[in-house]
Design a protein around this ligand. Sequence first.
Ligand code: ATP
Ligand code: MG
Length: 427
Amino acid sequence: MARKIQAIRGMNDILPGQSSVWQYLESTVADVVKSYGYQQIRFPIVENTDLFKRGVGETTDIVEKEMYTFEDRNGESLTLRPEGTASCVRAADQAGLLFNQVQRLWYTGPMFRYERPQKGRYRQFHQIGVEAFGMASADVDAELIVLSARLWKKLGLLEHVELQLNTIGLASEREAYKAALVDYLTEFKDQLDEDSQRRLTTNPLRILDSKDEATQAVLNNAPSLRDFIGEESQAHFERLQAILTANGVPFVINHRLVRGLDYYGKTVFEWVTAHLGAQATVCAGGRYDGLVEQLGGKATPAVGFAMGIERLVLLLETLELIPEEAKASTDVFVVSLGEDAEITSSVLAETLRSELAGVTVLRHCGGGNFKNQMKKANNSGARLTLILGQEEVEQGICQVKDMQTGDQESCQIADIANCVNAKLQLN
Ligand code: ATP
Ligand code: MG
């Protein structure tokens, strides 16, 4: 036998048993974003490497060590998208959608990052992103957060996630803070973890994010970003909090919350959970007023977030929050004996699919004896089994067996949709 080829490490197949959960999550998101007037945008999985270098930032973890970058056959450097925001801006701007306009967009699909695979962290993972362009006020930051809270509520997750909020101010405020932070941390350089030592010169704000205990201890006496936030940023932050409070969305202010990507300013937020270990963030975002211009467009205020589908699916599974209706199930199983019955049963199954929307009808294909077919009907978990033999065909009837009670009754084939419908409604 030929050697089997395995999937690439950190890139998962989503198997039939799981895909119904994915569909449930995706369709719930689609309903919620639609109710806020967001429209879907789809863009390619591969982009010019420069888009992410410029968009995400040269000194971010993503660009420094996580991108899947390769040369095209003509020597051009391309990258599998590690996130969606830069591509979304590229696509929307290229189509002229951002010029003096308001846009509310969302997208979904695979993202690629070369990280160490573990629970909740993969090399191909999936995000749903929501982005709003052309609106500078805290209104829209709040809209996105309230939207996400509505989604958690619909999914039954609201009580299992916590909203952390911060403002990282304007670029000039961050620069002043960075200088003060670097001054302070340089003194304790030896006590910082290796990554943080490197970040001292590349991306000092990310040190605040360090999970290392010694580093966090040093940070306890570091200057606080809070003291560098100017009036405009502070007013924006307070307005956001007021709208969230009015909408009954609780939050925790985390002054050390910064985001891993360069493009954020003012609002940043994360929804975190205590149920997934170290991979605690299920949704993260913020305001990025500078990005469109940084990518060559006209300056356009923007705010957005992305959620990790794998982590949300894990959370729904861990908390057993997947509703029965969302799981794949068979309602009606059809067995037949003999050539005439086989043909009649195929027509009958089609009739049911045409007339009973949302009902799943599974037909046994390929003949075989009655006992075997009934075994399959049993294993299918169907609520009803329709049984057709030569005799039934001649009489224009069909046996309908209730798989829970074992009761069996005959129905007129001409009336089969009504008959099945009535029995499905009963149990
Ligand atoms: P983390 O701190 O967990 O590495 P991040 O800051 O890199 O997250 P973002 O770039 O903000 O994450 O992506 C938004 C969301 O996408 C995350 O909150 C998470 O739910 C999900 N996500 C990010 N990276 C991965 C990954 N490698 N595997 C699975 N999900 C991921
Ligand atoms: Mg990361």
